[in-house]
Design a protein around this ligand. Structure first.
Ligand code: BES
Ligand code: ZN
Ligand code: ZN
Length: 502
């Protein structure tokens, strides 16, 4: 669906359906006088009286089919005092589902609907465009016998009566679109099955983006990683036939090349069987989602490619399968990490921390990050602790942690802080090596974070995001069909846009 702009006297607005939003116990038309000009029939249609503005209430109103704006979908926002951006995103999603159901050909939102709302209209436009695109997302590239593909309107327009369509609104709409494109790129990668989305596929996807948008992409292959000393990463990819890769992307617009970059590191386990510590089979198919961290970092770069952000960003993704095999790592094996520290691999299913520790060490050797942020579907324990809506943030830096939480709340990614106290390293102490890769079951998400912390140099501003819960959902939500959600893409994008807080 294209996003368009119409700037004309309201009598010249054209679309098959106009979408409006209204608060509870308020007159729908009070805040949008131009709408009554554009669609005079709306002032007399009896259906208007059905609209009470309750949250996500939908009323469809019809004028004569031959007039330029023959249909109006009104969606309720609930009480004005309780309005949040999440309310708006859900209302937009509700409107788009109605458009899908009614097979609406073209739709439009008058900018006037945002006039008397808080926050300002640019923010609301950005969220509206994003929610329109995300709520129509489906993953059906692999279906060949669908009766009917899901319908989407051909375009959605923003309607303005101003002489010049405000530049700030244009830019806001493009920001929403860029973010949605990034989120959808991540969803496609997470939803793609592991026989298609291999480490090589992740690299090829990133390379295609690099060519399209003009940023640098490279990849280091498994044998070279082993030769470089990444013994922990190697211990995971040893059992896999698929070639492991360390994917490295660098976005550095002119003039920023020498800046300290923000570095994101995403876990890219394209399938996690557990290795020799094999997982039970019941939900194993869902472990195609174990590359959602890498997928989010790649999605971020897709969004950056569609933006005019002037900041240096590096994206790193250790990518491999975790497979049982004659060459696979045995529980009890001791491996040497790139940092020189040794790890006793007690459980080969705790593989994420093994690939991440080497990637994090390498990131600090190669770059001097302004901030180092890793994202990983790291532990089931985190899902037990926080559920499927919320990710954990562990950080060596309060300001960074707070920035991630605050940004996340605004864009719809919920993060909650967890401790990085040293006492959580106790259960990881090994008799034969510097540490084990697992502690007990208790505090599992925190133990994993403490494991990673052993590889972070003093003074580095580091945050670890355990996204195992919200990265992949088996139930549908207003903005997402079941499957990959694209969680954290928007948070990263906004952090890059605003820069790391001092
Ligand atoms: N990829 C899993 C974690 C996971 C669980 C992601 C559920 C998404 C949904 C990870 O590699 C893993 O298997 N972790 C183990 C660690 C344990 C062996 C210490 C876990 O959480 O059970
Ligand atoms: Zn695992
Ligand atoms: Zn895993």
């Amino acid at each position: 669906m294209d996003i368009r702009f119409q700037q004309a006297p309201s009598s010249d607005w054209r679309a098959n359906t106009v979408i409006v939003f209204g608060f509870k116990d308020e007159q729908l038309l009070d805040h949008i006088p131009a709408l009554a000009d554009a669609v005079p029939w709306i002032t007399i249609t009896p259906a208007r009286h059905d609209f009470r503005g309750e949250k996500n209430q939908v009323v469809v109103m019809y004028g004569h089919p031959d007039i330029p704006l023959p249909r109006c979908i009104a969606v309720g926002l609930g009480e004005r005092a309780k309005f949040t951006l999440e309310t708006l995103r859900h209302a937009v999603a509700t409107a788009m589902q109605k458009c899908r159901e009614l097979k609406v050909d073209t739709c439009a939102v008058p900018l006037e609907v945002f006039k008397d709302m808080e926050p300002k209209d640019t923010v609301l436009v950005e969220e509206t465009v994003l929610a329109m695109l995300l709520s129509l997302y489906t993953y059906d590239e692999l279906k060949t016998t669908q009766d009917e593909p899901a319908h989407s309107p051909r375009w959605a327009a923003l309607l303005s009566t101003e002489e010049n369509f405000p530049d700030a609104i244009h830019a806001a709409a493009r920001r929403g679109e860029a973010a949605a494109i990034g989120v959808m790129a991540t969803r496609n990668l997470v939803n793609g099955p592991a026989n298609i989305v291999t480490p090589s596929h992740l690299v090829e996807t990133a390379e295609a983006m690099g060519r399209k948008y003009g940023f640098a992409v490279r990849a280091i292959n498994g044998p070279d990683l082993a030769a470089m000393g990444m013994g922990a990463f190697e211990s995971v990819f040893k059992g896999a036939e698929e070639q492991a890769k360390l994917l490295v992307m660098e976005y550095a617009p002119k003039g920023t090349e020498k800046d300290a970059p923000i570095v994101f590191v995403g876990k890219g386990v394209t399938f996690d069987t557990g290795g020799i510590s094999l997982k039970p089979s019941a939900s194993m198919h869902e472990m195609k989602c174990d590359m959602a961290g890498a997928g989010a970092v790649i999605g971020l770069f897709e969004a950056l490619g569609n933006s005019d952000i002037q900041r240096r960003v590096v994206g790193i993704a250790p990518c491999t399968e975790n497979m049982p095999d004659g060459r696979a790592t045995r529980p009890g094996d001791v491996v040497k990490t790139l940092s020189g520290k040794t790890v006793e691999v007690i459980n080969t299913d705790a593989e994420g921390r093994l690939i991440l520790c080497d990637a994090l060490t390498w990131a600090q050797q190669e770059y001097s990050p302004a901030a180092l942020i890793d994202l990983a579907t790291l532990t089931g324990a985190c899902v037990v602790a926080l559920g499927t809506e919320v990710a954990a943030v562990f950080a060596t830096d309060e300001t960074l942690s707070k920035q991630i939480q605050d940004t996340g709340v605004r864009v719809g990614d919920k993060f909650w802080p967890m401790p990085l106290w040293d006492m959580f390293f106790e259960p990881l102490k090994s008799e034969v090596a510097d540490m084990m890769n697992v502690g007990g079951r208790e505090g599992g998400a925190i133990n994993a974070a403490l494991f990673l912390k052993q590889f972070i140099n003093e003074g580095v501003r580091w945050a670890h995001l355990d996204i195992a819960g919200p990265a992949y959902k088996s139930k549908k939500s207003p903005l997402a069909v079941p499957g990959g959600t694209g969680f954290a893409v928007r948070t990263m994008l906004e952090i890059v846009r605003n820069g790391i807080s001092e």
